[in-house]
Design a protein around this ligand. Structure first.
Ligand SMILES: Cc1cc2nc3c(=O)[nH]c(=O)nc-3n(C[C@H](O)[C@H](O)[C@H](O)COP(=O)(O)O)c2cc1C
Length: 180
């Protein structure tokens, strides 16, 4: 009888398959040991637990942002809005003075940068860190946050930025609200 092939897919197949999973686009920010802001674009952010309130982000070392998060034990996840693709490109680049080019302010609780172009942000303390292949999973406990209800998010799909719209369904308004 033929056995199924359980060897891993190659990098191209991995990218093609996982690139088809639509994600949001976030900028994860922190402060380094000298207090300088740093930040990186991340599509690998997701909700983990409601009680305690946990999210995760996956970071590939070496990363200045990862070093800062680990040094201070806290960070902010900025969920970009539909106009945020330039922010995403900037924070994915090696540009030195990223924060001179965008509007931002320090967050109230952990003091890491809050960017202007967000649908929401979450202030986090580091709950745990797990090495997973070539990335580090950082689990954050959400200690504060806020949303901009009138804004729509930026999405990422198959290597391109996409816009996300609500689907008009026949669902009564009140139960739609409950899902959000
Ligand atoms: C749309 C998009 C999503 C990205 N997602 C991730 C991610 O989830 N994890 C990661 O390590 N890098 C990701 N990157 C790449 C980082 O943003 C990039 O390597 C950045 O320069 C790291 O900054 P740092 O070294 O200053 O921390 C992404 C880039 C783009 C454009």
């Amino acid at each position: 009888m033929n056995r199924p092939d359980l060897s891993s897919v190659d990098l191209d197949a991995f990218r093609t398959i996982m690139g088809s999973l639509t994600s949001g686009v976030s900028v994860v920010t922190g402060l380094d040991q000298e207090g300088n802001p740093c930040g990186m674009t991340s599509s690998a952010v997701c909700s983990v637990s409601a009680d305690p309130p946990l999210l995760l982000t996956c970071v590939k070392p070496p990363s200045r942002t990862l070093d800062a998060i680990q040094a201070r034990g806290c960070f902010v996840v900025n969920f970009l809005d539909a106009e945020g693709s330039e922010f995403s490109d900037l924070f994915a680049s090696r540009t030195r003075d990223k924060f001179a080019r965008v509007g931002w302010r320090p967050s109230e609780v952990v003091g890491a940068p809050l960017l202007d172009r967000t649908v929401a942000y979450a202030e986090c303390t580091v709950h745990d860190r797990v090495e997973a292949g070539d990335h580090v999973i950082v689990l954050g406990r959400i200690v504060s946050g806020a949303v901009a209800p009138e804004r729509f998010p930026l999405g990422y799909w198959r290597g391109r930025y996409v816009r996300v719209f609500r689907v008009a369904s026949g669902v009564p308004r009140r139960s739609q609200d409950r899902q959000e």
